[in-house]
Design a binder for this molecule. Structure first.
Ligand code: FES
Ligand code: FE2
Length: 344
């Protein structure tokens, strides 16, 4: 039995969530939010990333307004300093007879930088679970494009959208895929795999096929397997051999979600390219970064309009249930419910 209150369910803290891309954390602290918790990310001298609660224990302002001094984070207000473990290590105006406040410690979060993203763990026992990772990120045979999905709505609306390939209808103008047909669903306690057959517009098997991105007349519909997986709490998809897409989730609250959509075009078919020097291949990879930006941003904009409206409609009439023909939605909701802590 599916909880009709799926939109009230919380996230499971015992998974790694993505709170930023590596590029976003430069030499200034960065404030992020994951499930109502304000967190400050910063890099020490060696570039290693750290995550602390974004709240100065002195007057409760955000530490992300501050600066990094050596390896410590300095609060903007009165200049107290905190080390990467969250201990207060300096109050700049202490008298000789005053000592640093005892137990003046802020919460430190387990954090990892992996495959171009910053992964954070809110629960206990971070060592027992591994982040999903994005192995194609540094693979010379994959060209990446990243788009950020930030919307006002529960995370379940986005994962339902991503698992329901019948919504190709919405994106007809962008020619991403069409005529999806669900073959089968596989479920375990932390993932749902849905296998569709679809028609794809692109075939990236010759070097000139890249030009299909720019000239619609070169595109030709042909059948491809389309697989979408909810690998809790993230999403992964493949369309034929040529495309892989990830969606890395950062649920902010019950009614706000951020996620990174990463689209990879495979160069695996271009065996001549593989013989070229690594340096050149790296150059090509970097040069082509973002080549699907217009397409990806266009799709994201259309999806956001729909899922924000779903959230609004839910808030207006929480008891109303829609009709559903895609079995995948039920599987996704079952997984969300299985992973969520019980409602209190
Ligand atoms: S509020 Fe942070 S040092 Fe005073
Ligand atoms: Fe979409």
């Amino acid at each position: 039995m599916i909880n009709s209150n799926i939109r009230q369910l919380e996230i499971n803290f015992n998974y790694w969530y993505v709170v930023a891309s590596s590029k976003e954390v430069k030499n200034q602290p960065l404030g992020v939010k994951l499930w109502n918790q304000n967190i400050v990310l910063f890099r020490d001298n060696s570039g290693t990333i750290h995550a602390l609660e974004d709240r100065c224990p002195h007057r409760q302002v955000k530490l992300s307004h501050g600066k990094i001094i050596e390896n410590n984070l300095e609060c903007a207000y009165h200049g107290w300093q905190f080390n990467p473990q969250g201990d207060c290590v300096n109050v700049p105006y202490l008298d000789d007879n005053q000592k640093l406040p005892k137990n003046c410690k802020i919460r430190q979060y387990p954090v990892k930088e992996l495959d171009g993203f910053i992964w954070l763990f809110l629960g206990e026992n971070a060592t027992e679970t591994q982040p999903l990772g994005v192995p194609e990120w540094d693979d010379l045979n994959y060209i990446a494009t990243v788009s950020v999905i930030h919307y006002q709505g529960h995370f379940s609306f986005l994962i339902e959208n991503l698992m329901d390939m019948y919504h190709g209808h919405l994106h007809q103008d962008w020619q991403a895929w069409t005529d999806a047909k669900l073959d089968k669903i596989e479920e375990t306690e932390n993932r749902v795999d849905a296998y569709y057959q679809a028609q794809s517009y692109y075939k990236i098997d010759k070097i000139w096929s890249i030009s299909q991105l720019f000239f619609p007349s070169l595109r030709q519909l042909h059948p491809e397997p389309l697989t979408v997986s909810y690998i809790y709490p993230h999403w992964f998809s493949t369309l034929g051999e040529y495309f892989k897409i990830y969606c890395l989730f950062c649920p902010i609250s019950l009614t706000e979600t951020r996620a990174y959509l990463i689209h990879f075009t495979s160069l695996n078919a271009f065996w001549r390219l593989h013989k070229l020097p690594i340096k050149f291949r790296k150059f090509v990879k970097d040069l082509c970064f973002g080549s699907a930006q217009k397409l990806l941003d266009g799709l994201v904009q259309q999806d956001i309009l729909m899922i924000e409206e779903e959230q609004q409609a839910y808030l207006q009439y929480p008891q109303r249930q829609g009709y559903e023909f895609n079995r995948t939605i039920k599987s996704v909701q079952r997984l969300i419910q299985h992973q969520a802590p019980p409602l209190t």
